[in-house]
Design a protein around this ligand. Structure first.
Ligand code: FAD
Length: 370
C-alpha cells in the first residue's frame, strides 16, 4: 500500500516525490513509461563519451532564489549563461535582437538611444497585442519580424505567428543594449554533473520506490494507493474524451564531429529556409573537455512525443473542459507541463510542484518532518 502513486519521473513528479517522502514521511511509488528518470531533462554520455541531452538542450535559469536553492540540495552548479546566434543574411548575429544585432545586420554603429529610435521608426504600433505576430511587429517592425521570427515560428509550431498566442514570441524580448545573453534571470547555471545525476540524488530516499518502463494504465488496477499525482498528458488520462490536445514534437538528429568545436555559441538558430530550427553543441552547456564534439539538429513535427503544448484559444478551451473534469476526480492531482497543458520552463514546473506540495500538506493537516 502506497500513500502516493506519482505518474511521471520528470521534474514535476520527482520534486513531489522528494518532498512527500522526505518532508511528510510518505511512501511513494513513482512510475514512468520511459526507461529512465528525469523526463525531458534526461542526459547521458553517448557512445563517444560526450554528455548530451536526449530531448534537446535544457538550460536552467530562474529568478527564484528559493528554487535555485532547492535544486542546489541535489547538485553542484556550473555557472553558465546561454548565448544564441541567428543565421540571417549570411551572418551570425545575436538573438534576442539587440544593439549588436542591428549594427551587424545593417553595417551601422548606432548607440543604445539610436537603436531605440531605429526600432520606433520601423515598429507598426498595434492598439491590441493579441498574437505572436503583433508582439514583434509592434516592437521592431515587419522586416526584422520576417528575418528572425516569422519563418522560425512556422517551422517550430507549424502555424503562422498570427495564429499563435502572444505569449510565444513574447518569450524572446527585444533589447536596445549590448546584452548578448539569451536569458537575463538572476540565476543561470547547469547541474555540474548533469541532470540525470541530479535526479538520482533527488530520488535517493528509502520511501521512494521507482518503476520504469511502466505505463500508468497498465498498472493502476494492480496497485493500492491513497492519492494519485499525475504529470502525464491530461487528455490521455481521460481517454481523450474531449478530443486530443495538440502538441508540437521534435525529431532530434544527433551527430558527433571529429573536431573539438563546431560553432561559436551553445545554440545557433536557423530562422530562414533550413528544415531544422536550430543546432546546439552540448559542450558549451556542459563545459566538458573532449577531443570530439556532439551537436543536435531539431526538426519540429506534429507527430511524436508531446513536447510543447500549443498556446491557442481553441486549445485552452479543450484543456479547460479536461481541467473541470480533473477537479472532480477524487484524491487526484494533475501537475507539470503535460498534466496542466502549459508551456512551462523547468523552474516554473518546480514552483508548481512546490506549491502543490504545500497545498497537499495543508489539506491533509500534515506537519513537515525535519
Ligand atoms: P516531463 O519532463 O515531460 O515528464 C513527464 C513524464 O511523464 C515523462 O517522463 C513521461 O514519460 C511520463 N509519462 C507520461 N505519460 C505517462 C504514463 N501514462 N505512464 C507513465 N509515465 C508517463 N525548460 C527550461 O527551463 N530551459 C530549457 O532550456 C528548456 N528547454 C527545453 C527544450 C525542449 C526541446 C523541450 C521539449 C522542453 C524544454 N524545457 C526547458 C522545458 C522542460 O523540459 C519542462 O519544463 C520540464 O521538463 C517539464 O517537466 P514535467 O515533469 O512537467 O514533464
Amino acid at each position: 500500500m502506497y500513500d502516493y502513486l506519482i505518474v511521471g519521473a520528470g521534474l514535476a513528479g520527482s520534486v513531489l516525490a522528494e518532498r512527500l517522502a522526505s518532508k511528510a514521511n510518505k511512501k511513494i511509488l513513482l512510475i514512468d513509461k520511459r526507461n529512465h528518470i528525469g523526463g525531458n531533462t534526461f542526459d547521458y554520455y553517448n557512445s563517444d563519451g560526450i554528455l548530451v541531452h536526449k530531448y534537446g538542450p535544457h538550460i536552467f535559469h530562474t529568478n527564484s532564489k528559493e528554487i535555485f536553492d532547492y535544486l542546489g540540495n541535489f547538485t553542484e552548479w556550473r555557472p553558465y549563461e546561454h548565448h544564441v546566434l541567428a543565421s540571417v543574411d549570411g551572418q551570425l548575429v545575436p538573438i534576442p535582437i539587440n544593439q549588436n544585432t542591428v549594427n551587424a545586420l545593417y553595417g551601422l554603429n548606432l548607440s543604445q538611444l539610436q537603436v531605440q529610435d531605429f526600432f520606433n521608426s520601423k515598429a507598426e504600433k498595434k492598439d491590441q497585442i493579441l498574437t505572436s505576430e503583433d508582439v514583434v511587429v509592434n516592437a521592431v517592425g515587419r522586416e526584422l519580424y520576417e528575418k528572425f521570427f516569422k519563418h522560425y515560428t512556422v517551422k517550430q509550431w507549424g502555424l503562422d505567428p498570427s495564429e499563435l498566442d502572444a505569449s510565444v514570441t513574447a518569450r524572446v524580448p527585444t533589447r536596445t543594449n549590448k546584452d548578448n545573453r539569451y536569458f537575463t534571470d538572476s540565476y543561470q547555471a547547469m547541474p555540474l554533473h548533469g541532470y540525470t545525476n541530479m535526479f538520482h540524488r533527488l530520488l535517493d530516499h528509502p520511501n521512494i520506490h521507482i518503476m520504469l518502463n511502466t505505463d500508468y494504465k497498465d498498472l493502476v488496477d494492480e496497485i493500492k494507493f491513497q492519492t494519485l499525482i499525475y504529470s502525464g498528458p491530461i487528455d490521455a488520462y481521460f481517454d481523450f474524451c474531449f478530443g486530443k490536445l495538440p502538441y508540437r514534437s521534435i525529431n532530434f538528429k544527433s551527430q558527433t564531429i571529429d573536431s573539438e568545436n563546431y560553432q561559436p555559441t551553445g545554440t545557433v538558430n536557423y530562422p530562414m529556409s533550413q528544415a531544422y530550427t536550430r543546432i546546439t553543441e552540448f559542450k558549451h552547456l556542459t563545459g566538458q573537455k573532449h577531443e570530439k564534439t556532439s551537436i543536435v539538429f531539431e526538426y519540429p513535427t506534429a507527430e511524436g512525443d508531446p513536447y510543447y503544448p500549443i498556446p491557442r484559444k481553441e486549445n485552452m478551451e479543450i484543456y479547460n473542459r479536461y481541467k473541470t473534469l480533473a477537479a472532480s476526480e477524487p484524491n487526484t492531482f494533475f501537475t507539470g507541463r503535460l498534466g496542466t497543458y502549459k508551456y512551462y520552463n523547468m523552474d516554473q514546473v518546480i514552483a508548481q510542484s512546490l506549491a502543490l506540495f504545500k497545498k497537499i500538506m495543508q489539506a491533509e493537516h500534515l506537519h513537515i518532518v525535519h
